[in-house]
Ligand binder design. Structure first.
Ligand SMILES: NC(=O)c1ccc[n+]([C@@H]2O[C@H](COP(=O)([O-])OP(=O)(O)OC[C@H]3O[C@@H](n4cnc5c(N)ncnc54)[C@H](O)[C@@H]3O)[C@@H](O)[C@H]2O)c1
Ligand SMILES: [Zn+2]
Length: 364
């Protein structure tokens, strides 16, 4: 069953096959003379023609702009090339940008839209599981610099999100698994039944590494609902939105000490297990929670231990540079139970000492 959710007044349309009717969906929401579709070369090769055809017949056919796939191209240099191409094509304020791709494309094209002529509308068409359930929602756009990820950016909400879970059928299995880490996180922070469904349905979700229509729709839909609910209640990240950081304080530290050798979803899986152990040790959570999370992550093919060459101590040191670090201690978003977060009385930030964090990591 297709479903519609909204955030910032913008619909998030989730429907298998939605890409075929992209043109009508976009133009109903943002009447525009020019459509600029931005995609990386991999996604453009798979879906570029279909996306362009979805706008026919159009006064001006959409302009398809591409860049090489990969995080290293989420850069100011690619932003410069894309905006130059739009200027050369004479794109005015009556242009809408369509970000067709994973989180790299969404962040980059969203930043192009946020800055082009001081801001024009854009539509997210996420094509990875991570982009469908995470990066396309929340309005964060930006690019990386050599000093770090996402250092230059802007909040710019899409006018519309068109999510076609069928695009997952071509996603490499590893990318699907990385996205599953965020879905598992959504279950832990907000919905024990969803967590249970992922746990028991994993084989089906990963069946041939490609979920069927019904499974993909349910997976994407429930995760999106959870993220929307959290973001809607806390736009400025003053409190509740912190719960989305579950697994991410340790996760970011693991990414950092491995020089991003461990992928984000993998680092988040390790982080969720470590942080659940912290919650158990601090008696915020019942025993067994970390094991339950580890079992699901493991079944999803995600790591639940630090890589051998990484020491717990260096990970703890790296948490100190995480932007969530406050003087003298680090604040974590920790679970109380499956589907429920601890620390509602302290805006969902739980102070954890380095010694406690270290013991949890040694326990992995
Ligand atoms: N804005 C936010 O709130 C937010 C949240 C989380 C992550 N992010 C960002 O998202 C980025 C990671 O996103 P990602 O994991 O989607 O990476 P990605 O965009 O690089 O996509 C991963 C790979 O999959 C390929 N691909 C995408 N869709 C495909 C499909 N349907 N079929 C076959 N191949 C496909 C891409 O070409 C790429 O090689 C990071 O830059 C991260 O900072 C942003
Ligand atoms: Zn994440």
């Amino acid at each position: 069953m297709p479903t519609a959710l909204t955030l910032h007044g913008a619909a998030i349309d989730i429907a298998p096959g939605a890409l075929a009717t992209l043109g009508a969906r976009v133009l109903a929401r943002c009447p525009a003379h020019r459509i600029v579709i931005i995609a990386d070369q991999t996604v453009a090769a798979l879906y570029g023609d279909k996306a362009v055809a979805a706008f026919a017949p159009a006064e001006f056919p959409p302009l398809l702009l591409t860049f090489p796939a990969g995080e290293k191209h989420k850069s100011r240099s690619t932003w410069g090339t894309l905006t130059d191409q739009m200027i050369a094509a004479g794109c005015g304020r009556d242009t809408v940008v369509v970000a067709l791709g994973g989180g790299v494309t969404g962040d980059l094209a969203g930043f192009v839209a946020a800055t082009y002529l001081r801001g024009i509308p854009y539509v997210q068409v996420p094509s990875t599981l991570l982009a469908m359930i995470d990066s396309s929602i929340g309005g964060k756009t930006g690019v990386d610099t050599s000093a770090g990820k996402n250092l230059v950016g802007a909040f710019h909400h899409p006018a519309l999100v068109v999510t076609d879970p069928r695009l997952l059928s071509t996603l490499p299995p590893k990318e699907l698994r990385l996205g599953l880490a965020e879905a598992i996180k959504h279950g832990v922070i907000a919905d024990a039944a969803y967590f249970g469904w992922i746990a028991t349905g994993l084989r089906q979700i990963l069946h041939g590494d490609r979920p069927d229509d019904e499974t993909a729709l349910r997976l994407v839909q429930r995760s999106v609902e959870i993220k929307v609910q959290v973001v809607r209640q806390d736009e400025r990240e003053a409190g509740l939105r912190k719960v989305l950081n579950f697994g991410h304080t340790i996760g970011h530290a693991v990414e950092q000490v491995t020089g991003y050798g461990v992928a984000h979803g993998e680092a988040v899986a390790i982080g969720m297990v470590a942080e659940a152990i912290m919650a158990e040790r601090l008696r915020l959570a019942e025993r067994g929670l970390a094991d339950a999370i580890a079992t699901v992550c493991d079944a999803a093919g995600l790591p639940v231990r630090l890589p051998e060459h990484v020491s717990p101590a260096e990970v703890v040191t790296a948490t100190r540079t995480d932007k969530k670090a406050r003087a003298g201690h680090v604040e974590y978003a920790l679970p109380r139970a499956l589907g429920e977060m601890a620390g509602s009385e302290t805006q969902y930030g739980v102070r954890v000492t380095d010694a406690d964090a270290l013991r949890a990591l040694e326990h992995l």
